[in-house]
Design a binder for this molecule. Structure first.
Ligand code: SIN
Length: 316
């Protein structure tokens, strides 16, 4: 039996303009948020994201948490302002979402093995997360949620943008959907982290050095290019060009045109929202159905975030 993934040619994606997809470029819950009893929810853009008010994340009861979980499913990215969270409070909230997993590619915060401090120093050239991506897709079971808290940030700059991958999937032309459904991408730690993975480091490393433990050096995970969210049952495009470079059974060269086109499609401005940070802002996002991008427009200014990740499942 020939390997279908190797014999079936990849489709071409002539990139559709957002103006040709107006009907589809709309995520219903953004326009029709639910009425909640304990929280208020204000959508940020037509595509995804909502600011949630009326909540102290350090002391959240079960009924309020149930509403937060529903809002997560509807809006994909939730922004909580004016929190005053100690590391233990942030971890406590993250644990309400699932099992908090250490992130082994950076030094953990002193005394808190499950928290990573993402620090940008005045001399940094690159920033952490400065490309469209979803977290740790090289893991067999990548994190479901990332819980990021702003300790300090520049007065302007250093925003994070998000892109709705349900919309990215829904708006692909039917022939492209048919051509890629059932295919998998090869997500590789060594290739994603390059010199950091081989321990050589890089002259423009950020103040938060990434270093890959030896047992992860050969980590390669095959994940479907379209995945079904375990809770909403909706399909989302799952492309991560910083972590995956080829379709299973295809070379980089064969894969690249479609990978690039899908990456461009998945981060169309119409699918995005942008969050401006303030100290005390906490954002949670669902890595299973959105991409994110940390803007690198604050050179010379310090920025410190605390990050926890909540374990997810193997994408299907
Ligand atoms: C990340 O990519 O996980 C970090 C995003 C940010 O610092 O804004």
């Amino acid at each position: 039996m020939p390997d279908r993934t190797q014999t079936r040619p990849l489709p071409a994606l002539d990139h559709p303009l957002a103006s040709d997809m107006q009907d589809a470029v709309l995520h219903r819950p953004q326009f029709e948020p639910r009425n909640y009893q304990y929280i208020t929810v204000e959508p940020i853009s037509g595509a995804l994201g909502a600011e949630v008010a009326g909540i102290d994340l350090a002391a959240i009861d079960d009924a309020t948490m149930a509403e937060v979980e529903q809002a997560m499913l509807d809006h994909l990215v939730l922004v909580f302002r004016d929190q005053n969270l100690e590391p233990a409070d942030q971890l406590g909230f993250a644990r309400r979402l699932g099992q908090v997993a250490p992130w082994p590619y950076a030094k953990p915060m002193e005394g808190y093995p499950e928290l990573t401090e993402l620090v940008s120093g005045p001399g940094d050239i690159n920033n952490f997360g400065g490309s469209w991506h979803t977290d740790s897709s090289t893991f067999e079971a990548p994190p479901a949620y990332t819980v990021l808290y702003c300790v300090s940030c520049p007065p302007v700059g250093g925003d994070t943008s998000y892109a709705n991958q349900y919309l990215a999937w829904d708006t692909l032309p039917e022939d492209v959907k048919t051509g890629i459904e059932g295919r998998r991408l090869e997500h590789s730690t060594a290739r994603a982290f390059g010199d950091h993975a081989t321990g050589k480091g890089s002259p423009d490393a950020t103040t938060t050095p990434v270093s890959v433990p030896t047992q992860h050096l050969n980590l390669v995970s095959m994940h479907p290019i379209v995945r079904t969210h375990p809770k909403t049952g909706k399909k989302a495009l799952y492309v991560n060009t910083g972590f995956a470079f080829n379709f299973e059974g295809c070379s980089d060269e064969t894969s690249k045109p479609l990978m690039d086109a899908l990456a461009t499609h998945g981060s169309l401005p119409e699918f995005t929202c942008r969050v401006r940070w303030r100290p005390g802002t906490l954002v949670v996002w669902d890595n299973r159905c959105c991409l994110h991008y940390a803007h690198n427009d604050y050179r010379g200014q310090p920025r410190t975030m605390r990050r926890a990740v909540v374990a997810g499942e193997r994408p299907v």
